[in-house]
Ligand binder design. Sequence first.
Ligand code: K7E
Ligand code: CUA
Length: 631
Amino acid sequence: MHNNDDTGQDKKSGLQSAERRNFIGRTALLGAGAVAAPMTATMFATMAKANAAEAANSPVVHPGELDEYYGFWSGGHSGEVRIMGVPSMRELMRIPVFNTDSATGWGLTNESKRIKGDSAHLLTGDSHHPHMSMTDGRYNGKYVFINDKANSRVARIRCDVMKTDKMITVPNVQAIHGLRVQKVPYTKYVICNGEFEIPMNNDGKGSLEDVSSYRSLFNVIDAETMEVAFQVMVDGNLDNTDADYDGKYFASTCYNSEMGMTLSDMIASERDHVVVFSLERCEAALKAGKFKTYNGNKVPVLDGRKGSELTRYIPVPKSPHGLNTSPNGEYFVANGKLSPTVSVISIKKLDALFNDKIQPRDAIVAEPELGLGPLHTAFDDKGNAYTTLFLDSQIAKWSVKDAIRAYKGEKVNYLRQKLDVHYQPGHNHTSQGETRDADGKWLVSLCKFSKDRFLPVGPLRPENDQLIDISGDEMKLVHDGPTFAEPHDCIMVHRSKLKPQKLWTRDDPIFAETVAMAEQDGVNLMADNKVIRKGNKVTVYMTSIAPTYGLSEFKVKLGDEVTVVVTNLDQVEDVTHGFCMTNHGVQMEIGPQATSSITFIADKPGVQWYYCNWFCHALHMEMRGRMLVEA
Ligand code: K7E
Ligand code: CUA
């Protein structure tokens, strides 16, 4: 089945292809031997086992075969989310979110502008952390949430259509960074961190010298309404975050407990902290009205600073970064970054900590030393953790149990293996590893530098997303995947969790407002082709069915504001049309059974051709029409 053995694909994993060759050699020998002496039952069993192990976790996905996992990759400062097939590492789709996209018209169409709301004028974004909604600690296939560090936003992607359907700008904070979801009992809340400290209020009266009013806020967003339910003011800043498996606690790392405003001030002290939030106490405080508001908005801000009932501060070594919950629900792991250690916090001890029965450091049950620059940790289903070492360019595999024993003073080696990755990994992620369904099959290391791993493409290089087989005792690197700026984080969701639609449904809320507008205009979108003028506003309704638009021509006047509404009548899977008005910066996608609209000013006199820019038919080139702009 491994007919790619000499294609070069396996040369990246010398070990594995060598093993395969040995295996094939062995099989051949056994086969030859069979003539003289029949194979023993043990021989058959060994062979069957080897075959099964390879078949169970092969990175090879043959042409026409489907991947086992949907990967959701952040696009970093590209501002998007990408869907990858795992283990093939094929990019299946891009979902524009905070960016602007000419293929789909995201950020240009009226539908996408309505979803972007108050930030519709922003064309940029920096997405970091894509995480799927859960029920009882397992992916439920409903939404993927993602933060925008650049413009302090959070967006939601609907997984039935794989399109962004909600976006908010979070008030009172700057730079939304760490983002996760409540895992248990279900994703009622999306949690995220305001990373940069700003004056409260940030009304221009604050100063650069006196930073005493500067704060960072922890943000709790209602996953359904996508409104901020409440915020929690903390001491120090906030970096990454995660939730427990009991529905009780959230935890965030803080790398600037100093509240320094310069690099040297931010890394001055030997210790920073993890702040733990009690959801129950926060909700009680909210109910009791124990909050303030800032900056003239109504969002309730609870006071979770040191000494508050709502939070506990656990000191950890200098400048921690990633925060990851183990899938057995027992531990929060804070990754050291400037310290070679990770700090393992026992979630079971948090009740005692919140009831002041133990000291904050008593909640730490292990602090294994792993190597230089630990940033993020992922988990398998066998009690192992996998931590990226940014400076060492390695993944450290370690046993959580043994790290705890070592912390108690036992002489045990918790380190299982260190694997070189290429190079400088940030996040890593295991298949379903942030859920109860962690399955220990695949690990992806998102490497920030590719250096010599690919053909040189100029000073700007791709990053390198490496696929690692973790199903055996040893981690094995099996694939290098170049990616464009910058997949900070990713998740891998088993394909059984997702059932995307093949066509749009006509009552989809994404274009419901456009449908309502047509109804008011007395237009039947499924049949009518009409131009409606109200003053200098012209709405052009047209259908599309491969390879024609319902209107092959229409007239407007110079200076008119023109809205083109296209409804795709095709009911054939994968037949998407486009609408592009040449020389006007107007482009959009209209999926089968969808309606899309776009508005522009007819500022050029004369004949202007529009055409279909999504290849749909043998006569796709002929799918065009004329707008006459009368002077
Ligand atoms: Cu480590 Cu933004 Cu998750 Cu990047 S953060 S690596
Ligand atoms: Cu319609 Cu191309």
